[in-house]
Design a protein. Structure first.
Length: 369
């Protein structure tokens, strides 16, 4: 059994003279949520299409569940569920008919697809809408139908390409709850968007992927910072159900905070990879938050300070990145400088860095590792 569910090494992809992916390597363990995070054009979608076998890499190798995606494509794809950035459904078909279509494309027999369809429709909360035409679904329901279609073959790996782009915050939250539920996060620690650790339960639970009752035991993967759940069924002597891994691409930093590990992408490269907390720690003590008026004056004074490296607007506040060990001196100078410039300070303090702060710093290449 391979230690990693996904092992990609040195991936490169050219479209003519354009290099879309440049040396991407990543490894994803069973039961892990891995986030590919970056802006449009960073190479996230191309990387996802390489992983699923929809594109052939110009260079590099990919193994999914121990299968070489290039040489054992069918075996590798049988372990993958894929929700593309532009999921296409048949709007004239009902929810259940759409699931049936994707099930039969995957080779499921009639005796397999119906019970499986009802399982996953119940899981995503669409069982009451199974006879509704897909074209009459709300945006959030369509996303759930897309997830259900990707789950029809009981995949070991779920690839989700920007699944929440363009949907409202409540729908995004609901979708993420399904993803967390799917990988059995009741028995893990997950960093939510607040940055705090949420401790899970360690008692008997129901495996939301298979519907079987399980015990969870925590073990630490030797090459990661997240706990892994070992499934042991107290009910049967059958082999424990395999862990599901998720690779999700997103431009949203709050979604990145929900992942076990994050790979920041820019210009086709992963410029940094770590847990969200470890990424934030790179800028500990180096981010100041400034609120006051007028904003133009605050920004001008901050930019003029020699120890200020970057200034970014976060709503009605400015996040100011300073040099190592310079925060106290900069705080003092900013208060004086803003007052002399005719501005007003409502609040100026050192704050924990957000993932946005880290991504911007890493994008400048000064702090990339």
């Amino acid at each position: 059994m391979t230690e990693y569910l996904v092992h990609a090494a040195g991936l490169k992809k050219y479209f003519g003279d354009t290099q879309a992916v440049n040396g991407v390597s990543l490894r994803v363990a069973p039961g892990e949520i891995y986030g590919l995070v970056g802006s449009d054009g960073a190479g996230k979608t191309t990387t996802m299409r390489l992983l699923v076998g929809a594109l052939k890499p110009s260079r590099g190798s990919i193994e999914i569940c121990g299968f070489d995606v290039l040489k054992q494509t069918d075996q590798a794809r049988s372990a993958i569920g894929y929700l593309s950035q532009r999921f296409s459904m048949y709007e004239d078909l009902t929810v259940l008919e759409n699931i049936r279509f994707f099930a039969e494309v995957r080779g499921l027999s009639s005796s397999e697809w119906l019970p499986r369809s009802m399982e996953i429709l119940e899981f995503v909360g669409l069982e009451k809408f199974k006879d509704r035409r897909a074209g009459q679904l709300s945006g959030g329901m369509k996303q759930k139908l897309g997830l259900a279609s990707a789950l029809v073959n009981r995949p070991r790996l779920l690839l989700l390409d920007e699944p929440t782009t363009g949907v409202d915050p409540v729908t995004r939250q609901d979708f993420w709850q399904l993803v967390i539920k799917l990988v059995g996060q009741a028995g893990k620690q997950v960093e939510m968007h607040t940055g705090k650790q949420v401790d899970g339960y360690t008692s008997k639970q129901v495996d939301t992927y298979t519907g079987t009752q399980v015990n969870t035991e925590h073990a630490t993967h030797p090459n990661s910072q997240f706990p892994i759940t070992n499934y042991q069924s107290p009910i049967t002597n059958h082999q424990s159900p395999p862990s599901v891994s998720v690779i999700i691409s997103t431009p949203y930093m709050d979604e990145a905070s929900r992942c076990h590990r994050v790979g920041f992408m820019k210009n086709g490269q992963i410029i940094a990879e770590d847990t969200p907390s470890n990424l934030r720690a790179r800028l500990n003590g180096r981010v100041l938050e400034l609120r006051g008026s007028p904003l133009k004056t605050l920004r001008h004074v901050a930019h003029a300070d020699a120890d200020v490296e970057d200034v970014q607007a976060f709503g009605d506040r400015l996040h100011i990145r300073v040099g190592e060990g310079k925060s106290k001196a900069v705080l003092k100078r900013l208060k004086t400088g803003i007052k002399q410039a005719g501005g007003h300070v409502d609040e100026l303090r050192s704050v924990p860095p957000a993932l946005e702060d880290v991504f911007i710093a890493l994008s400048d290449r000064e702090y990339s590792a």
